[in-house]
Every structure is written in structure tokens, then in C-alpha cells.
Ligand binder design. Structure first.
Ligand code: NAD
Length: 503
């Protein structure tokens, strides 16, 4: 067996060559280490349909090893003043900016996004790190004289070792949703990245080490189901965050909480847009198509179903023109795998067979020079019935289903009936109608004339219903609640004042 450590300058970060093939390493105690896994998962470049590495499906024993290291690192890390911990993240932000292109290239390579989308992902990740560096201002405790000579104070304490399990669709940003905030607040972490996109995570670990993060505070154990289950079951993990599909989010939430952990599990989505006839035509058309096609529709905030109220044909015509400007391999990236392409195209064909009308058809997309890439073109489908599978399930591809209704109340009823609740948007020029929807939509994040209503820090990110299990949100101010516990201390130092209990 030949072993050569490949550092990030030679491209794939945190990998080594084993018999000529690139193998992803785990990151434990500040070092990249080879897993003892017997099973591996192929890491593909979806844009060209070619394998670029293999990632270990690490066994439970390696989770246990990493947790021991993290627990030992936690005691000294959590003892540092919070402002000192935040300094690491100022330096990390500077390093992210310095290596911006390399980080974005890595996303393109393992996820298949366009350069514009990969750059936007890094921009957003940097913004989150800026928020994390400001957490000391928000995490200060409180103190009050509650009675004569008696003071109560409340202070935040870290939880211990937390686990973060992330999906494939934002290989850099979603790990950065949890790492900076959890660590500034004094926790140590085990990160389990998606087996589809493990490379960005290893580069994050390298940059954090360069920024001065002590060894063992962040550890990465690669894998899939078995690795995640080991994290859910382990008594050394105090809290766990999960971002991924609803099916797995539910299972992970149940398993982690049954082991008495604090858990926050973000699931999938079926975001509804309500289009009213008075909407600004060009703004609505471009926003809706950008929401549905951005990141090839692989966003938990993507527009997936549009409820068209009354006669909006003039806007739908414009939307189709906009959709035709989105070209696979140019301004539309690949979907993550051959299976994902097959699944997405299957939804379209089934809807067509059930009587829906395909206005723009993205099936069988081929990109010249990238014939093996996993591309699906933008697809707009009209006359979708609310009971069709394509109207109910998360498609996770650049596909928009249009459901026609006569009234706004019918549109709201359709939005409310879907089991998910990540985002909902309304397009109108009427403040009153917008407000009517803002009050009634059953989703955690609402957009008015915005197709991707992602709240930016310090506002937090999180859905409702089957899009999120657990209390708190994963970013912004709300994450401070999730990643800390409160200590309440009551003091009395003046024996001369009237002495009775809580005088
Ligand atoms: P996924 O659920 O397949 O995988 C997510 C993570 O769970 C990965 O790390 C994976 O290894 C692990 N995993 C997979 N199967 C498992 C199992 N049976 N038991 C334990 N762990 C398991 O999701 P994905 O395909 O990587 O990501 C796409 C999904 O994530 C979409 O549904 C999307 O909507 C959702 N998502 C949600 C948000 C949000 O904020 N709500 C954000 C991004 C993505």
C-alpha cells in the first residue's frame, strides 16, 4: 500500500493516496488520520460524473475515540474567556477570505454548483463567522438586585461536546452554521459531514487549526448511518444538531432524545409561493425562477410549488422566458448524483402522465463536454393537482409545479396543508394582501416578493412543522440558546441587613 499525504495545496484537503486513489481522512486531535473503516463511499464530481475520492464509513469505535479527545479538549477550551475564543474566529474569517477561491472551487468540485453559487455560499459562510465573532456581545449574562442585599445573576455555560451532522447541499455553509457559534460559546464538536461532500469540511478544519483553534476542539468523523447512530447513542455527546431530509431528521431526533440529548434536527421542505395577479411582473418572474433553479433546486429554501391565484398567465409567460435562459452547465449546476437525476425526472414524467402540462421541460439535459454530468434543466409544470405526488413531496431539483386556484384563501389552505414548513412566499404589490399571507402561512420563514427568504444573522434560520424538530433555531441569536445552558446564582453578602430568607 502506498501512502502519500496530500495537503490542500495539491487540491483535495485532508486526503491521502492509497494505491493511487484519494482517500478522505478523519480529523481527530488536530491531525488527519486514516479511518479503520472497511466500507467506503465514492465521492463524485457531479458536474462531470467522475469519482474524485472515497470516504470512509467510520465505525462506532472511531466516534468513541474522537469523543474522548473532544471531552479532554473541552475542559481547557471552555475555561478560556469567551472573547479569547472569539479571536480564533476573527482569524478564521480572514483565512476564509484569503482562500476564498479555493474554498469555492472545492464546493464546485464535490457538489456541482456553478461558480456564482459557490462564491455566494462562501460569502454567506463568512457572514455567519462574523456573527460568531460578535457572540461575546450577545452572550453576556444578567444581574439584578432582586431583594435587599440579594442579587440574582444568570450566566451562560457551554454544554460540552456537541455533534453536528450536515447534508450535501451546502458543504461549506452548513458546517459553518454550527461550528463557529457552538465553539465560540465554549463547546467542543464532532462534525459528521455528508458522505457526498466531505472535502470542504476537512479544509474548514485545516483553516481553523491555522487560525489557532486548539487540537481536539473540532473533530471530524466521516461516515453515514452507522456513524450518526453512534453519535446519537453516545453518552459523551450532550447535544446534537442535524440538517438533512425529514425522514432522517425524525429518526435522528427520536434516537438522540431517547438518549436524553438536546437535539435540533432540521429536515426537508416543500416551499410554496403564492402568486397574485397584481404582482410586479418582472420582479416576480425573475425571483421565482431564481428560487427554483438556484443550486439546481437543491436548497431547502427553493421554490417548489407555486399557487397561482386567478389570472396570472402574463407572469407565467415571463417565468417561462426566464427559465429558458437558465442553461445546464452554464448558469445551472449539476444535481448531486445519477440517482437524484433519475428521481427528479421520474417526478416530472409521473406528473405528465397524470395530466399536468409541461411548459418548460428539463429532462434529458446533456452538457457538451460533460456528457457524464448529472444535469436536469429547469422545468415548469402547469395544471398540477394538489394531490399529485409532485405537489406534495420534496423534489429537490430545478422543478416548479404550478397549482391553479381562484382565491387567496384557497392558496393559503394549500400551503397550510403541506406537512413541511420551512419557507413560504407571496408575490403582490398590496401590503394588505401580503400581510394577510404573512399572518396565515404555516412556515418558519416568510418572504414578501422574495423567492428565497433566508434570514441573515443575527436573525435565525429555522422552519416549522416537519421541517424542524426540536426547540430553538440553528443560527443567529436563537442558536445561543441551543448551544448553552444557564446557571442562576443568588448571592447575599451583607449580614447586617435584616436577616431572614431572601430579605
Ligand atoms: P440526508 O438526510 O440524506 O443526509 C443528511 C445527513 O444524514 C448526512 O450526513 C448523512 O450521512 C446522514 N444520514 C443519511 N441517512 C442516514 C440514516 N439513515 N441515519 C442517520 N444518518 C443518516 O440529506 P441530504 O440528501 O444530504 O440533504 C438534502 C436534504 O437536506 C433535503 O431534504 C433538504 O431539504 C435538507 N436540508 C434542510 C435544510 C434545513 O435547513 N431545513 C438545509 C439543508 C438541507
Amino acid at each position: 500500500m502506498t501512502q502519500t499525504t496530500v495537503n490542500s495545496k495539491q487540491f483535495n484537503p485532508g486526503t491521502m493516496l492509497v494505491d493511487g486513489a484519494s482517500e478522505v481522512l478523519n480529523f481527530v486531535n488536530g491531525k488527519f488520520v486514516q479511518s479503520r473503516a472497511k466500507q467506503f463511499f465514492p465521492v463524485m464530481n457531479p458536474g462531470i460524473g467522475k469519482q474524485i475520492a472515497k470516504v470512509p464509513l467510520s465505525p462506532g469505535i472511531e466516534v468513541d475515540d474522537a469523543i474522548k479527545i473532544a471531552r479532554s479538549a473541552f475542559s481547557s477550551w471552555s475555561a478560556l474567556p469567551i472573547k479569547e475564543r472569539a479571536q480564533v474566529f476573527y482569524r478564521y474569517k480572514v483565512l476564509m477570505e484569503k482562500h476564498f477561491k479555493e474554498l469555492a472551487d472545492l464546493i464546485q468540485e464535490e457538489n456541482g454548483k456553478t461558480a456564482v453559487e459557490a462564491n455566494a455560499e462562501i460569502d454567506r459562510a463568512i457572514e455567519i463567522v462574523e456573527f460568531a465573532a460578535s457572540i461575546p456581545q450577545l452572550a453576556a449574562g444578567e444581574i439584578m438586585q432582586v431583594s435587599r442585599g440579594v442579587e440574582c445573576r444568570v450566566e451562560r455555560f457551554p454544554l460540552g461536546v456537541v455533534a453536528s451532522i450536515t447534508p450535501f447541499n451546502f458543504p461549506n455553509m452548513v458546517p459553518n452554521w454550527t461550528i463557529p457559534n457552538a465553539l465560540v460559546l465554549g463547546n467542543a464538536m464532532i462534525l459528521k459531514p455528508s458522505q457526498f461532500t466531505p472535502l470542504s469540511a476537512n479544509r474548514i478544519a485545516e483553516l481553523l487549526k491555522e487560525a489557532g483553534l486548539p487540537d481536539g476542539v473540532l473533530n471530524i468523523v466521516n461516515g453515514a448511518q452507522e456513524t450518526v447512530e453512534a453519535l446519537c447513542d453516545h453518552t459523551g455527546i450532550e447535544a446534537l444538531t442535524f440538517v438533512g431530509s425529514t425522514r432522517v431528521a425524525k429518526a435522528v431526533y427520536i434516537r438522540a432524545t431517547s438518549h436524553l440529548k438536546r437535539a435540533l434536527c432540521l429536515g426537508g421542505a416543500k416551499n410554496h409561493l403564492i402568486l397574485l395577479p397584481d404582482a410586479n411582473e418582472t420582479m416576480a418572474a425573475s425571483n421565482i425562477i431564481a428560487s427554483m433553479t438556484g443550486c439546481a433546486g437543491q436548497r431547502c429554501m427553493a421554490a417548489s410549488a407555486m399557487v397561482a391565484v386567478g389570472n396570472v398567465d402574463h407572469i407565467i409567460r415571463l417565468m417561462c422566458e426566464e427559465a429558458k435562459k437558465v442553461i445546464p452547465g452554464k448558469n445551472l449546476g449539476a444535481v448531486i448524483s445519477a440517482e437524484a437525476k433519475k428521481r427528479i425526472e421520474g417526478y416530472i414524467t409521473e406528473a405528465e402522465q397524470q395530466g399536468a402540462k409541461i411548459l418548460v421541460d428539463g429532462r434529458n439535459a446533456v452538457v457538451e463536454g460533460k456528457q457524464n454530468g448529472f444535469y436536469v434543466g429547469p422545468t415548469v409544470i402547469d395544471n398540477v393537482q394538489p394531490e399529485m405526488r409532485i405537489a406534495q413531496e420534496e423534489v429537490f431539483g430545478p422543478v416548479l409545479s404550478i397549482v391553479r386556484v381562484k382565491t387567496l384563501d384557497e392558496a393559503i389552505a394549500i400551503e397550510n396543508a403541506n406537512p413541511y414548513g420551512n419557507a413560504a412566499s407571496v408575490f403582490t404589490q398590496s401590503g394588505g394582501l401580503a400581510h394577510y399571507v404573512m399572518e396565515r402561512a404555516s412556515a418558519g420563514m416568510i418572504g414578501v416578493n422574495i423567492g428565497v427568504p433566508v434570514p441573515r444573522d443575527p436573525f435565525s434560520f429555522g422552519g416549522w412543522n416537519e421541517s424542524k424538530f426540536g426547540a430553538c433555531d440553528i443560527t443567529g441569536k436563537s442558536s445561543i440558546e441551543f448551544f448553552t445552558k444557564l446557571k442562576k446564582t443568588t448571592t447575599k453578602w451583607n449580614p447586617e441587613s435584616k436577616v431572614n430568607w431572601m430579605s
